[in-house]
Design a protein around this ligand. Structure first.
Ligand code: ADP
Length: 144
């Protein structure tokens, strides 16, 4: 069993799509181990997005990610890290394959299509471990 960190981004929150996205995760058989709403700060975003901080679009990403609270989830399932990246589709919603979450609900608007893409998911087991600790204390995760 593997765990992954999901953030439902401000475009999911503001369009009231969180329930639909979470339904997709549950229909896929994944188990919710942790769930909370949180307001991201420049500090936590600088950590979480350290790998893109050098790019000219980073200030826009920071602004976007702070624009509403986000919903953070820890989900568990067999091979979930790879399966979830497949369910989301690639970063650019215009390139995301049909039926993926980013294709279905992400922005198709020029200039927003690579940024407003509904959800973050950890891209490796190593990243998942660090990201889960970044957003959840151990007592906020539940075995049941
Ligand atoms: P992913 O979320 O698909 O793993 P990255 O880790 O490369 O993508 O980038 C983190 C986030 O930064 C993306 O999900 C997206 O919101 C934003 N982003 C990435 N590339 C761009 C870009 N070229 N222009 C605008 N925003 C971007």
């Amino acid at each position: 069993m593997e765990r992954t960190l999901i953030l439902l981004k401000p475009d999911a929150v503001s369009q009231k799509l969180c329930g639909k996205v979470i339904a997709r995760f549950e229909e896929a058989g994944f188990t919710i181990r942790g769930c909370k709403m949180t307001q991201l700060t420049p500090e936590i975003l600088a950590e979480h997005y350290a790998h893109i901080a050098k790019f000219p679009f980073y200030p826009d990403v920071e602004e976007f990610m702070k624009s509403t609270p986000v919903i953070a989830l820890v989900l568990e399932g067999e091979g979930i890290i790879e399966k979830m990246r497949g369910m989301l589709g690639v970063t650019d919603c215009l390139q995301a394959p049909p039926g993926t979450i980013r294709e279905q609900w992400g922005s198709k608007e020029e200039g927003k299509n690579k940024m407003c893409n509904i959800a973050h998911a950890s891209d490796s087991a190593e990243a998942a471990e660090v990201e889960i600790k970044r957003f959840f204390a151990s007592e906020e995760l539940f075995d049941y």
